[in-house]
Design a binder for this molecule. Sequence first.
Ligand code: PSU
Ligand code: MN
Length: 303
Amino acid sequence: MSAHPLHPRSTAEIDAARQRGGALVALESSVLAQGLLPPFNREAATRMMRAVTDAGATPVITAIVRGVPAFGLDDDALERFLARDGVRKVSARDLGIAVADGADGATTVAATLAMCALGSLEVFATGGIGGVHRDAPFDESADLVELARTPVIVTCAGAKSILDLPATLERLETLGVPVVGYGTDELPGFFSVSTGLRLTSRIDTPAGIAAAWRAHRALGRQSAMLVVQPPPADHAVPVEVVEAATAAALMAARDAGIRGAAVTPFLLADIQQRTQGRSVQANLALLENNARLAGQIAVALRA
Ligand code: PSU
Ligand code: MN
């Protein structure tokens, strides 16, 4: 018996960025292969990568590509992931199995955090993290546990609005994950700006985030730091619209008997349909916004 040989792969561009000590920003691939439907997933990938690049950093999409942990996707792999062609959703628990199976796997926030640890990436941008599901005892995203044990700065628009947000915030507190408002005093509602849930810290500059991060790490903290910012106001969806669509989607999921890892993709797709694309525009805008902020923070960490 020998250990499984693991040969993570990076694209040439990402290797070059590492060599010159450039700033890197991890991006998840589950939002592309499960979260957003074509053609919006392509738009999301393009806009996020451009936002990171414009901020002076290099984007690093993480995934399992035919069994190989990948930092950056070549064109072939990117096309397969955007076509959602036999690409499985890979959370932290699924990583080893996807590698052993030689599978294509799109990494969730939880699995992307594990990839960040593997590839020494310190900053990661996403849309909204997973968390505690509503009225579903013990359905809690693995994102929370991985955030508790992986030292990475994660920019996002809070947790997905399909979740129980007060419970998610309580769990983050319990798990020792700092939640910092960027230009806000409250937890954003993912598609919408406001939730009324007060945060205990607010920092309004990338340099300020970098300073707090250095202190967090110098203290030996092993947890992530969540940096949350609301979706851009011109694309945000009113909370009543989101809530009505969410309630209907939750009912549809229950009727269809959706369970486990399928729950989140089902709800996101259902809400996309029910809001006639408004939620998609908000999703794209906030992904881009979070990618830009992550790029700025990654650059500030180099200063
Ligand atoms: N937020 C989105 N779109 C997504 C997700 C989050 O706007 O596709 C994905 C992320 O990859 C997140 C995952 O980690 O959903 C959470 O799934 P679960 O609840 O099964 O852990
Ligand atoms: Mn779940």
